[in-house]
Design a protein around this ligand. Structure first.
Ligand code: ZN
Length: 411
């Protein structure tokens, strides 16, 4: 999706502001001799930025306005090394709330709703974002924070909460707890605003059924305000994002080339209005694609597809970008296979070959199953893998993250 004139004008405002500052982006723009972008082509020449750049700016190297304008910081949890610290001005805080309120509205939440917020409060952006958006909308926030399931359920019943905000795994846990206690008739939830983790369509439906709600997929990341820069709608076909606040590109994660609408790749975000810490072409490493065409819901905001994982998980085979979640989604349509699988990619006789190992129990015709899986992969992804069906328990299990893809091509 080409950058519009209005968006370019906002990018130029940000560039002018950054050039005035002693920040990471200010230094970089000066180094590259960039003082503005006149066209979409110019924009594509702007250098990318990475999480590592942001981390190297620790603690306040991203701050792009005088400190007296900063009213708050947030920080992304650094699993390795230093965290990233994002400073916010009063306007940034307000802009975030406006976007988040828009998310609630997209999900059909109104000022008559009671919104139980279970994501955490603190340095990261989750809980407080859900709350600020809720208050902006005029709904009643019930700021629970995470954990303590008994208390969550008690408040949910006593206060007759109508909206649940949660990660998908916590929503499922609450749903199962409600089912196990047989208290569904005392629960008044009607909507779920669910975010921060990749979840499958199957999981969404299961949460919706058990809680009796419509569930919406909210998107965002700490570096770019936090959750609330986009959400799914009643059509449940992708995520609308707010293109008056961010410009979103999809690039090939290997070459950095812009990809056409509809093609899968890495999300790159430029913030259009952020003051405290604007981002220019920030590589998120999240995998998605622009969904072309209008949404049946009638919203004018563009859409990306549900996030399919991280670029670090992606492999390129026979010119096609493949990520494990695509294989997972296909295997989920076969009830006879277990949730374990392995993908082996090798290079034999001048061509790439993919072998897919799946598990099933002895009552199934292995050859027939292998053929059906291979056909479905071919029809959905575009090439035919060699499928090997093995007995349940043969594939390795790991308590940590299981390695799903073994690529021996470059060894
Ligand atoms: Zn829509």
């Amino acid at each position: 999706m080409e950058i519009s004139k209005e968006q370019l004008a906002l990018v130029n405002e940000r560039i002018a502001q950054l050039l005035q500052s002693d920040s990471f982006y200010g230094h970089r723009l000066r180094e590259c001799g960039i003082d503005g972008v006149a066209s979409a082509e110019d924009f594509k020449e702007l250098p990318f930025s990475e999480k590592k750049d942001l981390r190297d700016a620790y603690p306040l190297g991203l701050m792009s306005v005088p400190e007296e304008k900063i009213v708050r910081i947030h920080s992304s949890s650094g699993t390795t090394g230093k965290p990233v610290i994002i400073p916010y001005t009063a306007k940034d805080v307000e802009d975030w709330a406006i976007q988040f309120a828009r998310c609630y509205e997209m999900a059909g939440v109104t000022d008559r709703d009671r919104v139980q917020i279970t994501p955490g409060y603190g340095l990261w952006t989750a809980g407080i974002g859900f709350q600020a958006g809720c208050e902006r909308l005029g709904a009643m926030a019930v700021p629970m924070g995470p954990g303590n399931t008994e208390k969550q359920l008690q408040m949910m019943m006593d206060l007759k909460s109508t909206v649940l905000c949660a990660t998908s795994s916590y929503a499922l846990l609450l749903a199962e707890a409600i089912e196990a206690r047989g208290i569904k008739d005392r629960i008044h939830l009607r909507k779920g605003v669910i975010g921060s983790e990749r979840w499958s369509e199957k999981m969404r439906r299961s949460i919706e059924e058990k809680l009796g709600i419509d569930a919406y997929d909210i998107y965002g990341l700490t570096e770019v305000y936090g959750p609330g820069i986009g959400i799914s709608c009643d059509a449940h076909d992708g995520i609308h994002y707010w293109d008056d606040y961010i410009y979103l590109e999809i690039i090939d994660p290997q070459t950095g080339e812009n990809l056409p609408d509809g093609a899968w790749g890495e999300i790159v975000i430029t913030t259009l209005r952020k003051e405290g810490a604007p981002l220019i072409r920030f590589r998120t490493h999240d995998l998605s694609r622009i969904l072309p065409g209008d949404c049946p819901c009638g919203s004018r905001f563009p859409r990306i597809d549900t996030i399919q994982g991280r670029t670090d998980d992606m492999v390129k085979i026979k010119g096609v970008n493949l990520f494990p979640s695509q294989i997972e989604e296909i295997l989920r349509t076969f009830p006879e296979v277990s949730s374990e699988y392995q993908i082996h990619i090798s290079h034999l006789d001048g061509k790439d070959t993919m072998r897919l190992y799946v598990e099933t129990n002895g009552s199934v015709d292995f050859l027939n199953l292998a053929q059906r899986i291979a056909e479905r992969v071919k029809s959905r992804i575009g090439f035919t893998p060699l499928v090997k069906v093995v007995e349940i328990g043969v594939l390795p299990r790991s308590e940590k993250k299981t390695k799903r893809v073994i690529d021996t091509r470059y060894q």
